[in-house]
Structures are given as structure tokens and as C-alpha cells.
Design a protein around this ligand. Structure first.
Ligand SMILES: [Zn+2]
Length: 97
């Protein structure tokens, strides 16, 4: 097992800072592989990545369908513009934990 090497290569902070680019596939292959390797051995970053993807999915849905009213009613009242801010707030709350 050489998992230690992978963790050292890409630490948690660096991995998390690259999530958005990783998910948008804007990283080179080497970096993407490093992140994927880190995620496979670090359950905390994996959870963070899942949260990140959920938020991105929500944000994309908001943009695409323009009808997240049911979702927003559960959190509070909101116009379309506020919904993205809300999604970001949820994200940062989780990251700043
Ligand atoms: Zn990690």
C-alpha cells in the first residue's frame, strides 16, 4: 500500500480548493488524478466533494429550470436571484464548519 504517498502529494486543503475546477473538468489530467486519488483515501474530502456537487447540481437546476420554488419554500421565501446566494451560504457553512 502506498496510500501515504498520495495523501502527501495532495493534501486536504489543496484538494478542497480545487473542487470546483475538478468538477467542471478544468484541471489537467495529473491534477484530476491526484484529487481522485485523495478522495479515494480521504472520507472527509469525499464528503465535502459530495456536498459541493450537490450544491452545484442545485445551482445548475436553478439556472436551467427556473422553478425551484418548492425547494426554496422549505428554506424560506426567495426569488430566483436569492436562491443562488442561498446555495452558496449552505456551501460555505459546510466548509467553514
Ligand atoms: Zn482530505
Amino acid at each position: 500500500m502506498c496510500l501515504q504517498g498520495n495523501i502527501a502529494m495532495m493534501n486536504c486543503i489543496k484538494t478542497r480548493s480545487l473542487f470546483s475546477e475538478y468538477i467542471d473538468r478544468q484541471l489537467g489530467q495529473k491534477k484530476s488524478v491526484s484529487i481522485a486519488e485523495h478522495l479515494s483515501v480521504c472520507s472527509e474530502c469525499w464528503k465535502e466533494c459530495e456536498n459541493f456537487m450537490k450544491i452545484l447540481t442545485i445551482m445548475k437546476k436553478l439556472k436551467t429550470f427556473d422553478a425551484p420554488r418548492n425547494y426554496l419554500e422549505g428554506i424560506g421565501h426567495g426569488e430566483k436571484q436569492d436562491s443562488q446566494t442561498l446555495a452558496l451560504r449552505i456551501l460555505f457553512k459546510k466548509q467553514l464548519r
